[in-house]
Design a binder for this molecule. Structure first.
Ligand code: SF4
Length: 278
């Protein structure tokens, strides 16, 4: 009888049964040792604004009857849309802050750490670094299958259409596993264009099949194209393209232009301006 009940119960009933059969969720007092333990991060997780609430939300999402639904609201709170350069069709998610970026101030990055716009933004304003550090914590606690399902539900709830996912306006890929995870997310979201900029030339990008990679360590060949900062547009070679946003003084936005977003464009060149490398 039990097996019949199991067989004919709805998906939601099964999810409920699984949730009930699990051990009790960890208590609030246990969370600092389980979710974002300090010793696993390059920054002090206890100093992140709202860390206790974030830990509770991650715990609650993991133990929810409908995990994907719970994650979709949590993840959705950490997806950003539209900035000066990007249209509202592009969702952005960071794997870390710029301050904690694995390539900040290294030879892989094209600008000095003091000139990195994202890092400067984190120094000048209190909000971004906390927000992005929480994104890193989320990234470390969600698998790519759940990320993709949760993102789809989040995007389906939005009034504006979402066509594209950008990984990292701040931060960068740290490990090969990050590459695999984004490729898996992109594989599971074939209706979205997924793209990134990365200076992590020391990782192996050859296995990437489902997202577009703009290589910003232009001393090395990897990804789909180089994305190079130049002091002056006269430096753009004949076989490259000057970023239309720069060429039109901001009239054409990313999203309207898809040069970095798909695989088809040549190398992209952007003009250096005080404080920005992306
Ligand atoms: S080339 Fe196009 S997609 Fe790339 S940064 Fe410029 S406007 Fe955006």
């Amino acid at each position: 009888m039990q097996s019949y009940l199991h067989t004919f119960s709805s998906g939601n009933d099964r999810a409920k049964a699984i949730a009930i059969s699990r051990s009790d969720p960890p208590a609030d007092s246990e969370l600092p040792g389980i979710i974002a333990p300090n010793e696993h991060y390059s920054f002090d997780t206890e100093s992140v604004d709202g860390i206790s609430q974030l830990r509770r939300r991650i715990r609650d999402a993991e133990y929810a009857v409908d995990r994907v639904e719970a994650w979709s609201f949590l993840l959705g709170d950490y997806i950003t849309y539209r900035n000066e350069k990007f249209t509202s069709e592009i969702a952005t998610f960071n794997m870390s802050s710029a301050t904690d970026c694995v390539n900040l101030g290294t030879r892989m990055c094209q600008v000095e750490s003091s000139s990195c716009f994202a890092a400067r933004n984190e120094r000048d304003f209190p909000y971004p670094i906390h927000h992005r550090r929480k994104q890193e914590i989320l990234w470390n606690h969600i698998d790519p299958v759940t990320w993709a399902k949760a993102f789809r539900r989040h995007a389906d709830r939005k009034d504006n259409s979402v066509t594209t996912i950008r990984f990292n306006e701040a931060g960068d890929f740290k490990t090969q596993h990050d590459i695999w995870r984004v490729d898996e997310i992109a594989r599971r979201l074939p209706n979205y264009n997924v793209f990134t900029y990365s200076a992590s030339s020391y990782l192996n990008w050859d296995s990437v099949e489902h997202f577009t990679v703009n290589a910003s360590d232009t001393d090395h060949d990897y990804g789909d194209r180089h994305y190079k900062v130049v002091d002056d547009k006269s430096e753009v070679p004949d076989d490259g393209v000057l970023c239309p946003y720069d060429r039109t003084d901001g009239k054409i936005h990313c999203g309207e232009c898809v040069a970095c977003i798909t695989d088809h464009a040549p190398d992209v060149y952007v003009e250096k301006f005080e404080g920005s490398n992306r």
